[in-house]
Design a protein around this ligand. Structure first.
Ligand SMILES: O=C(O)CCC(=O)C(=O)O
Ligand SMILES: [Fe+2]
Length: 323
């Protein structure tokens, strides 16, 4: 596994103008880094700002009010309080210095969870934003299917895309994140979110002004900063893509740390998690992945209970949340 030196920036307007080149760039980034930035990704910046505005109003509510929407493990929807999630239990057992709110896809007439005012009065905008995130993720999945040269008879470039239908039991969530300021962060105990890989297929991460995200460079455990890039969305691969490709594509570990220049500022970010739901975690039919490849992942290979993307998600959720 090569050591990561930099996070590529890809102009995603190439998806329309030169899809082959676009797929090559996305595929290379997915194999070599597991993280990349996209420019011109098709979601207007004002739309992203609007959702950040709603997020800020939600986190300004009293703790009591927010707790009315408390997350439950089965649904993976709702509010999770400061230190309730422990992304890296081995190193930061006190939990992450963050709070979050998970929203499932919704539309004008239907929301599958109780939601406070700032979201119900803007159902259309939130629903459209989630749908736009899903469309973008679908295009990235087509790039990966193209890069892997999956035979047409086995599903071709649509192999991943078709395992992530928008309509259907996907477990996708939009996660709003708030990392409050902390005046005296202690390096060893306090972390905004501990070292982890994401559990699903792809994550779109919208970062807003305050940085701190870091990406693990390789087995040596060194960290590379993934700064806020204006007008870009950060994309990273989750465990399921690593599993489907027997470790060819990277589900890179990352974390968000306190830095002297950012710890006194609150950080807001949003992650759209695209998850495979009932899709089986079987190897993808591609000449890039030899049948006898070693599975270089931390997924429990011998755990016969983890057969689908959704099984893996719930296994991780039950080990990283305090309910
Ligand atoms: O806030 C961030 O930049 C990272 C969030 C993250 O890694 C996650 O929610 O899985
Ligand atoms: Fe993450």
């Amino acid at each position: 596994m090569n050591v990561i030196q930099e996070i590529p920036v890809i102009d995603f307007s190439l998806f329309e103008t030169d899809p082959q080149k676009c797929s090559q760039l996305v595929f290379d980034a997915a194999r070599n880094v597991g993280f990349f930035y996209l420019r011109n990704f098709g979601i207007p910046v004002e739309k992203v700002k609007e959702i950040f505005g709603m997020s800020k109003s939600f986190f300004e509510l009293s703790k009591e009010e927010k707790t009315k929407y408390a997350i439950d493990v089965k649904g993976n929807l709702g509010y999770s309080a400061m230190r309730q999630e422990v992304a890296d239990p081995g190193k930061h057992s006190k939990g992450d210095c963050k709070e979050s709110f998970h929203i499932a896809k919704l539309n004008k007439t239907n929301a599958p969870q109780p939601l406070p005012d700032m979201f119900t009065s803007n159902k259309n905008d939130v629903g459209q934003f989630i749908a736009a995130c899903h469309t973008l993720v679908g295009k990235i999945l087509i790039c990966l299917g193209t890069g892997l040269e999956i035979p047409e008879s086995k599903g071709g470039k649509m192999w991943f895309h078709d395992r992530h239908p928008y309509e259907g039991p996907s477990n996708d969530v939009l996660r709003l994140l708030h990392y409050p300021a902390l005046d005296h962060a202690n390096d060893t105990d306090d972390i905004r979110i501990g070292r982890h890989s994401d559990y699903g297929s792809l994550t779109l991460l919208f970062q807003n002004e305050v940085g701190g995200l870091e990406v693990e460079k390789g087995p040596g455990g060194e960290w590379l900063s993934a700064p806020v890039m204006p007008d870009c969305v950060t994309v990273n691969l989750g465990d399921c893509l690593e599993y489907w490709t027997k470790g060819l594509l990277r589900s890179t570990k990352h974390r968000v740390v306190f830095k002297p220049e950012t710890q006194t500022k609150p950080r807001y970010s949003m992650a759209y998690f695209c998850q495979g739901g009932p899709a089986l975690l079987e190897p993808v039919p591609s000449r890039w992945i030899p049948a006898d490849a070693d599975v270089k992942t931390e997924l429990p290979k011998d755990n016969k209970e983890i057969l689908t993307a959704s099984d893996h998600l719930y296994h991780k959720l039950t080990t990283t949340y305090i309910y």
